[in-house]
Design a protein. Structure first.
Length: 755
């Protein structure tokens, strides 16, 4: 173990030294609330500690992406930030789901693999301070945002529940009473692409303004169904937001936000990559349903009655042989009210929010015309949250403090229909959850250079689960129609935890600081969601915990031409929640699988050696493996030698742009690059779910007229047409493995008009 730590330390030191020599930069750019020197890098404002401060003063490993950054990099949804953030994986579809809008998010190797409503996320998603509880519906557009912050490590003290891996915080552009302004952006491209977004800021009176924005995304799918030509993985969405702000001279501020999204799409673009003939469902079909034609199992390749490798597309083919109805629909809306009152050096805040989501998605898991394993998820959820904060300063502003209370309520469920060759059944059930917390944190400036911070949060969760699972159609004698797969009984559990955080920071100067940070996080337990064959009791799983020790360094040097940030960390991760399929069963469930110690680090650098030229570079390193895994799990192979899913050893990002001034305007070419080493697509490290290391390159060139009113951008994504997958469902016990490949090379052309 000591040798492994030494190797990691040497690698990180070499990485930091090499990166500083390269003078590349971190992906944090100018934004509203940020200032930019004429010749230097940006001074960025973040709110990672619930108050505005410079990125370089926050003792946390953060990547901040501004609206300008997202525009230059052609990022349309939140999934796109993964290519610019070290040690972050954020995919646009969850394994197993078939849903185009269910994210899979991991930070520093900790995340959520399953999308069921009884499984909590490990990375919290926040939109204007409001927690978004479920991964279904979390694939949000990033139109008209001020910035996106990615906070690494547990954020339990200030952000609350289920941030054991970190948090992603989206801050939208605020209304302003300064001027009537806005923009319209339209673009076209490959696969009949048509994207449009627009925003308008309307001052009504002094201290009163409204901002409205909307977006439309339309694009054909990139995986074609042979049977009917339907293209899976398409985009067909509408979203909008109305943001109203009122401010008074007495320090009162009210902000009301209403947003909504509607998607009507085909299922996710999964493809079959492996078939396991000896698995139960495949064997039953080939020997009992198809019969003599496919005996001995799996039958001859070329006989369309048999389920075998003939349904796996040839390498490079973007097709599927599935015939099950293709659907991925989502209706989502929310409203939030933020109230603030300043009283001297104290600010009182209230954040009230309600969100409602409904989704129906299908999945043809076997990817054949045969009926081996197909599912439909009818998913719904609503949530209400209320947070109160009191912030202030004391002792001549040397003490900055915050205290608050939080309440969260949600109800929902997933009616999960499963269709097979011999039996159909309803899986899933209903959830009813509550959570309450009290928290506080304070930072004291011991001297002008030395600061110490301490914080504490107490959280209590109440969970209720009513499984509603029964046979709907059966050709198997032991399982008559109407028989229950699990008792129709409401299960209840309570979880609570106390999460501290502490850090010490030291400023060598205004532009150079170092810090040491300790934080704890927990993710509450829950219940298994899928049962077949039937069970007499519903298995549960216990909370997981993480303790993180982080040492960081932040600096701005050479007259603000170079910004260099780095962090190394160790995570003690215990009682890990892992999704797997127990021996002899069908559906994936969550169980506790021992402990882990994760070592790693990040380096992020931004450089502007001359005014027109910008470089950015980021690197993340992870050494994540299990230990103390129980030997009686009864699940697919997860042991002490298994590697973490979605935790590549190295994740690298970089981009460069150069502004060329001409007589007709400014021309700016930009190149974006990212690289990940091997990624395991499931905890069992199934060979069919292993993605080898790969590079991605995007390129664009933009022209902006001298007045800054018009802009035309052309570019290519996935320039070298790299074939790689983002999520995987590998199940030798069910009978197949499928993966979701990323989109192929695509061109685009966009026009933007500002006013």
């Amino acid at each position: 173990m000591n040798r492994e730590r030494s190797i990691m330390t040497v690698r990180l030191a070499a990485l930091a030294a090499g990166a500083s020599l390269l003078a590349f930069g971190n992906p944090s750019y100018a934004q509203t609330g940020a200032s930019e020197d004429v010749e230097g890098v940006e001074a960025i404002t973040v709110t990672a500690r619930k108050r505005e401060e410079r990125l370089q003063e926050a003792p946390i490993s953060i990547t901040a992406l501004s609206s300008a950054t997202l525009e230059r990099a052609q990022v349309g949804t939140i999934a796109g930030i993964s290519n610019f953030t070290p040690n972050l994986i954020l995919n646009e579809s969850a394994a197993i789901s078939g849903n185009n809008a269910a994210t899979t998010t991991f930070i520093r190797g900790i995340g959520q693999y399953d999308f069921t409503p009884t499984t909590e996320p490990a990375v919290g998603l926040y939109v204007d301070g409001v927690y978004v509880a479920r991964s279904v519906g979390a694939l949000l557009d990033v139109a008209d945002v001020e910035r996106v912050e990615v906070l690494r490590g547990p954020q339990g003290t200030l952000f609350g529940r289920n941030t054991i891996g970190g948090a992603v915080s989206i801050t939208s552009l605020r209304p302003s009473d300064d001027a009537f302004e806005g923009y319209v952006d339209v673009r076209t491209g490959s696969f009949e692409r048509f994207d449009a977004k627009a925003a308008v800021n309307i001052p009504i009176a002094e201290g009163l303004a409204v901002r409205a924005s909307g977006s439309r995304r339309s694009r054909e799918g990139y995986v074609r169904r042979v049977s009917d030509g339907v293209r899976n993985g398409n985009q067909d969405s509408w979203s909008g937001r109305i943001d109203m702000l009122a401010e008074t001279e007495g320090g009162f501020r009210a902000r009301l936000i209403v947003d909504g999204t509607r998607r009507r799409e085909n299922m996710a673009a999964n493809q079959l990559v492996a078939v396991y003939p000896n698995a139960g469902f495949v064997q039953v079909y080939n020997t009992q349903v198809a019969g003599a034609a496919c005996t001995p199992n799996p039958g001859p390749v070329g006989n369309s009655l048999c389920y075998n490798s003939q349904w796996i597309p040839q390498k490079g083919e973007r097709i599927t042989y599935g015939t099950f109805p293709s659907q991925s629909d989502l209706d989502l809306w929310g409203v939030s009210l933020n109230l603030e009152q300043e009283i001297g050096k104290v600010t009182i805040k209230s954040i009230s929010a309600y969100r409602d989501m409904k989704s129906i998605s299908s999945r043809d898991g076997d990817h054949s015309p045969l009926r081996i394993f197909e599912t439909v998820d009818d998913y719904d959820q609503w949530q209400f949250s209320q947070e109160f904060q009191v912030l202030g300063t004391s002792f001549d502003d040397r003490l900055k403090w915050i205290a608050g209370a939080y309440y969260f309520k949600e109800k929902g469920g997933d009616a999960n229909m499963v269709y097979t060759s011999r039996i159909d059944f309803m899986s899933g059930g209903r959830i009813d959850n509550d959570s309450a917390a009290l928290f506080g944190q304070a930072t004291f400036d011991v001297t002008d250079k030395l600061s110490v911070t301490g914080g504490l949060r107490y959280t209590k969760d109440w969970k209720r689960f009513l499984p509603d699972q029964y046979v709907t159609n059966s050709g198997l004698t032991p399982f008559p129609v109407g028989s229950r797969l699990a008792p129709y009984v409401k299960y209840r559990s309570t979880y609570h935890d106390l999460n501290p955080t502490a850090d010490v920071s030291y400023k060598f100067s205004r532009d150079i600081m170092t810090y040491f940070r300790f934080s704890e996080g927990f993710k509450s337990g829950g219940y298994a969601f899928r049962f077949f064959p039937p069970t007499t009791t519903v298995p549960d799983y216990q909370p997981e915990y993480a303790k993180v020790y982080e040492l960081g360094f932040k600096s701005t040097m050479f007259d603000r031409r170079l910004q260099f940030n780095a962090a190394v960390f160790r995570t003690d991760y215990t009682n890990i929640q892992v999704s797997g399929i127990p021996t002899g069963r069908v559906g994936a469930i969550t169980f506790n699988a021992g402990d882990a110690r994760i070592h790693g680090g990040e380096v992020e650098i931004s450089a502007r050696p001359i005014p027109p030229l910008r470089f950015q570079f980021g690197a993340g390193y992870l050494d994540a493996g299990y230990r103390n895994v129980p030997t009686n799990l009864g699940a697919i192979d997860v042991n002490n030698d298994s590697r973490f899913a979605y935790a590549p050893t190295w994740s690298l990002t970089g981009n460069a742009s150069y502004e060329i001034e001409t007589g007709i305007g400014t021309i700016t070419p930009q190149l974006d690059w990212s690289y990940r080493t091997k990624v395991y697509g499931n905890p069992a490290n199934t060979p069919a779910a292993i993605q080898p290391g790969y590079h991605l390159v995007n390129g664009s060139i933009a022209w902006r007229d001298p007045s800054g009113v018009w802009q035309v951008t052309a570019g290519v994504t996935n320039l070298f047409d790299k074939r790689y997958f983002t999520t995987a469902y590998a199940s030798p016990s069910v009978g197949y493995s499928e993966v979701l490949f990323g989109r192929p090379r695509e061109w685009f052309l966009g026009v933007r008009r500002s006013f």
